[in-house]
Design a protein around this ligand. Structure first.
Ligand code: IFM
Length: 462
């Protein structure tokens, strides 16, 4: 969500269109793309959907350029075209999220039949196209009605979320087997509008730690709800683990503290049954008997979203004592100023394998920019190709060194609503011309297609 300083990016190697090495990847490696409900669906007031916290934020003009998710990529109506794009790309897996307020406009209570039917159509069309649906329960669009009751800061949210998970499992579990509970809990609790951190001005910083703990409890409760209803479910949670790097040696402690929140506050209790030592005292007041057992439920895979390292500095004025810091001079950056370090991705994959001993799926990786069609109408996004190539190469190197990685999903299939940046930042393999909703595959789309085909050809021929 946070956007750094803009900078020019050059592809990291002299051959921007070259393919990475793929030789260490298993033959059944999964290649996919990811999206999320609020970022692409639009139709926010259609067919009985209730408002989410991000509708509220947009309506208050808090997103860049006054953008809202009202139309987004109009995926709610254009999903057949988007599935056709996935087919053309050659992916066999699609990670999407369900909009909680589309199924339960008030967040709880009576389900919305039209909302349920939308995901029936989507899932059926994916299966008909030979693409496996990977369903994420929560990608930040908390129903406003529940946020009004305290949202993640209220322990009641655990039951609300479990009921929502049970509804999803009961409705779609006959066709969907891959489930993620949450996408990037550290990001929406640290930065999101419905998060306790954002409220802490009014209610004191402790609501933030309450929210962390309640999200973890909601995760555990959702895993149980899914397992109870979906035979052969394959369940994971998706975490943003990037590495928090001190901007200067004096910032080492601040970076460590940031890392405890950003990288480990969710996966450690979910996978190891313990909070990072730096957080334990702050979480303790919210802990009840057996909470850690409720949180640590058996999982089948670890979802990793990774973009690049975050540079951190000490800031005594910040609520948690740290803030974004400067990147060292000369750090390679994406066009929106995010640091690029594929070796860090390789190291993270190895570290996660060591720490959690679970198969890993990279559920997001990609480059944000300000892509525009050239005079011929083509979108030549060599910087994105270079970024993807270097990261798939780093993934291959990680697997060669012992990391257990089973799949990779590019963020994102389409340009979409990029949270606080609105439509000004584009992450898609496909350009979306928002006024016409025309989809134009970028050069990176062709590149990813060819890479998947090469990976498959390699596995067919041993
Ligand atoms: O668009 C987001 C996504 O929703 C979560 N992970 C990071 C992406 C790029 O900022």
């Amino acid at each position: 969500m946070p956007e750094g300083k803009a900078a020019n990016t050059a592809p990291r190697s002299e051959e921007p269109l070259a393919r990475p090495r793929l030789d260490a990847l298993p033959p059944d490696f999964t290649w996919g793309v990811s999206t999320s409900s609020f970022q692409i669906e639009g139709a926010t007031r259609e067919d009985g959907r209730g408002p989410s916290v991000w509708d509220t934020r947009g309506a208050k003009g808090l997103v860049a350029n006054g953008d809202t998710g009202d139309v987004a990529c109009d995926h709610y109506h254009r999903y057949p075209e988007d599935i056709a794009l996935m087919r053309r790309l050659g992916v066999t897996a699609y990670r999407f999220s369900v909009a909680w307020p589309r199924l339960l406009p008030e967040g709880r209570g009576a389900p919305n039949a039209a909302g349920l039917a939308f995901y029936d159509r989507l899932i059926d069309a994916l299966l008909a196209a030979g693409i496996e649906p990977w369903l994420c329960l929560y990608h930040w669009d908390m129903p406003q009605a529940l946020d009004d009751l305290g949202g993640w800061a209220s322990r009641d949210v655990v039951g609300w979320f479990a009921d929502y998970a049970a509804l999803v499992a009961g409705r779609y579990g006959d066709r969907v087997k891959r489930f993620a509970t949450f996408n990037e809990p550290s990001i929406f609790t640290l930065f999101g509008p419905g998060a306790a951190f954002a409220r802490s001005d009014a209610t004191g910083p402790d609501t933030f730690h309450a929210a962390i703990h309640h999200v973890n409890l909601a995760h555990g409760a959702a895993v149980d709800a899914l397992r109870a209803r979906v035979p052969k479910a394959s369940i994971g949670a998706i975490h943003n683990v990037q590495g928090c790097v001190p901007s200067t040696p004096a910032d080492a402690q601040a970076a460590q503290c940031c890392e405890a929140y950003w990288d480990w506050a969710f996966p450690d209790p979910q996978c190891l049954g313990t909070y990072p030592p730096l957080l334990q005292a702050a979480i303790a007041p919210h802990m009840q008997a057996d909470d850690l057992v409720r949180i640590r439920r058996p999982l089948d895979w670890f979802g990793l979203n990774h973009y690049g390292p975050t540079y951190i500095r000490a800031d005594a004025g910040a609520r948690l004592g740290f803030n974004f810091g400067d990147q060292p001079q000369g750090t390679p950056q994406t066009p929106i100023g995010w640091a690029v370090r594929p070796e860090g991705f390789r190291d993270t994959l190895l570290e996660l394998t060591r720490r959690y001993r679970m198969p890993i799926y990279v559920t997001e990786n990609g480059l944000g920019g300000h892509d525009q069609p050239d005079a011929d109408g083509a979108i030549v996004d060599d910087a994105r190709i270079g970024y993807l190539r270097d990261h798939v190469g780093a993934l291959n190197a990680a697997v060669a060194a012992g990391a257990d990685v089973r799949g990779y999903f590019v963020w994102s299939l389409l340009d979409n609503f990029e949270w606080d940046s609105g439509y000004g930042v584009r992450f898609g393999l496909t350009y979306v011309d928002y006024p016409t909703q025309r989809r134009i595959p970028k050069a990176s789309f062709r590149w990813y297609h060819d890479m998947i085909a090469a990976a498959r050809g390699r596995s067919h021929h041993g």
